[in-house]
Design a protein around this ligand. Sequence first.
Ligand SMILES: [Zn+2]
Ligand SMILES: [Zn+2]
Length: 348
Amino acid sequence: MTWEERWHPLREEWIIIAAHRQHRPWNGETIEHEDSPLPAFVSDCYLCPGNVRVSGKRNADYRGTYVFDNDHPCVGPDAPDEAAPVNGLYRRQSARGIARVVCYSPRHNLTLAELEVSEIENLLRVWQQQYVDLGSGKGINHVLIFENKGEAVGVSNPHPHCQIYATNFIFKTIETEARVSQKHLVETGRVLFRDILKAEQQDGRRIICENDSAIAFLPYFARYAYEVYVAPKETHASLATLSLKEVCDFSRAIKCLLVKLDNLWQIPFPYVMTLHQAPTDGDGYDGFHFHIEIHPPLRQPNLLKYLAGPEIGGGNFLSDTSPEEKAAELIAQPDVHYKVNADSLVTT
Ligand SMILES: [Zn+2]
Ligand SMILES: [Zn+2]
């Protein structure tokens, strides 16, 4: 089985080949329908507390968040060593790194949008710790923290969780953001992302939630219909240096944003959420401004944005929607989660 990283000379990026994972039971074991209420505990869920995973390891009987090494890692300490070079052009390297899973809550039937702000704060502190711990590891040049949510992005287990890939290479999007941010800093003396925040605040039409130190918005240049960002207003290269107050404000901004997304069509809104943090390769990243990007694949309740000719073939996005209109839809949503409303209607 091939397990290594291969360099794409035309795109100048690494591809992880992890052919050993193709039969992994990670996705698709149980299909649960979003409209039927889920139980808080599922005995054959590999993420619920106390259950045995496919590897034979047993989850702790955890009460808050729970972090464990991925049983089917795409990068891992056991990845084969680099083999002999293939030929003069092609390059490869060992798929070394650490892959982890972070459960947000012991409750199977919650989503990030439904966690209390204090629980989101705890999660942010776990992310801070993981970024620092993994990023300081030997040979770890980048820590990618991301959540795939919903069957629309291939995740059938609704248990709230994210993944961490701590890798020997820097993911392409982060590398690009780091490079253009550095260029902007050298040329203007300013942080690029701060200029983006300023532009968004001056316009105002695409800001979804805002408090003292955090802001959530649908950017002017959104590629997906409901693509939204959350960021601290002050510049931090990663979330590791956020103060307690900033962690609190940031948690409130994420909560507000995710609640509005869920409320839009009264469904658990599917998305890919990624923390964009500075690489951990030891270089300076003064111009890098930590933020979270959320990329929902849906354009309408049952309409996926397919990536096709322009996006896959050409590499540029073709958006069929107006960012201002989509932002207005989200701004108009209540900031109390629809399930809370439904519960209170039943009880009153
Ligand atoms: Zn579960
Ligand atoms: Zn970004």
